[in-house]
Design a protein around this ligand. Structure first.
Ligand code: HEM
Length: 311
């Protein structure tokens, strides 16, 4: 059977161009509307957070929700075939069975509600974080956690707990060396517990960017303000939700489980709003400097050694 190719000429090219441009204004309006309504709703939660008394220590998780009274559902490490993401926050929820333990076929609503309850986030911050998964779902409305591995959508280089994807293809598990080195950078203390200051977070963020850029020929963060912002946003979440507590962060990041009896340290009555998270994010981002002087004992980790080891 002979197959005749469709004609290609100026007219067909113009039609193709129009077909691609037409949806753009609709997408732009839909996106702007989402951002506008999200922030309008967030203004409400910010006012509540400023005016209402905070939840009591020991009672941050509501009665009936997983984690009430420090009782988290049983932790099980991921098994062969389970789907895990580059995000410790979501992996922890799957490891405790608050999200499906196999990490598969999770809807946005399920994710948003789960993170709101477990970390005491406002519905708006829950929806904003969840919306970052929209770009990987291919229109299905559900994702497997592993889908979040896609580089350059939300996942980026210079993470705190994972080597760059150019060297470690599966971003679903933390690297113990990186977690321990991160935790060692907490220089402050509160109630006899070591904790991160915002300065510690910004310093380590800068160190990771500089060393990953130095050793990764495919480094993708140089001109991406958004991904830098996401990275600083993650530092800000750890700082606020854990009050920078280094021991709790070690358990959370290395084992991807909740420490025994843990509860979120953000205590706003209706959850931590986007505005608070954004302010902390900007404080981390604009104090992150790749060219900073290294602290004594610090040196760049050379990711190329990982490649050599695995050959
Ligand atoms: C449904 C909501 C969420 C989605 C879709 C999501 C997605 C992601 C993705 C794709 C990454 C990888 C970024 C990278 O390459 O470093 C990431 C990292 C991270 N996420 Fe989430 N996340 C969500 C909620 C949360 C929550 C509630 C927390 C609270 C603790 C959290 C904490 C973190 C942290 C600390 C990292 C950085 C890990 C690292 O740098 O090694 N995330 N998240």
């Amino acid at each position: 059977m002979t197959v005749t190719a469709k004609p290609v000429n100026t007219f067909t090219t113009a039609i193709g161009l129009i077909a691609r441009l037409l949806p753009l204004p609709f997408a732009f309006v839909a996106f702007s509307w989402f951002v506008f309504t999200l922030h309008a709703r967030d203004a409400y939660y910010t006012v509540l957070a400023l005016l209402l008394p905070k939840r009591r220590v020991g009672r941050v998780i509501k009665k009936g929700d997983p984690g009430f009274d420090g009782m988290w559902p049983q932790y099980c490490a991921p098994r062969e075939g389970d789907s895990r993401s580059p995000c410790p926050g979501l992996n922890v929820l799957a490891n405790h069975g608050i999200l499906p333990r196999n990490g598969k076929n999770i809807s946005y609503k399920e994710m948003s509600l789960a993170i709101q309850k477990a970390f005491n986030l406002s519905p708006t911050l829950g929806d904003q974080l969840t919306s970052s998964a929209f770009l990987v779902d291919q229109g299905r409305g559900r994702i497997d956690l592993y889908d979040l591995n896609a580089l350059g959508i939300v996942q980026h280089d210079a993470s705190l707990t994972r080597h760059d994807i150019a060297f470690v293809a599966d971003q679903g598990a933390p690297d113990s060396f990186l977690v321990n080195r991160f935790v060692e950078h907490a220089t402050h203390s509160k109630n006899n517990r070591r904790r991160f200051s915002l300065g510690d977070m910004a310093y380590y963020n800068g160190l990771r960017r500089a060393e990953c850029r130095d050793s990764n020929g495919q480094y993708s963060m140089v001109y991406s303000f958004f991904h830098k912002f996401f990275g600083s946003g993650n530092c800000a979440l750890l700082y606020s939700i854990f009050d920078g507590d280094a021991e709790d962060l070690k358990v959370f990041l290395e084992e991807e489980r909740f420490p025994h009896g843990w509860e979120p340290k953000v205590r706003s009555a209706h959850g931590h709003p986007i505005l608070f998270a954004q302010i902390t994010t900007l404080m981390v981002e604009f104090n992150t400097h790749e060219g900073q002087k290294l602290r004594p004992g610090d040196q760049f980790f050379n990711q190329r050694l990982l490649k050599l080891k695995s050959k």
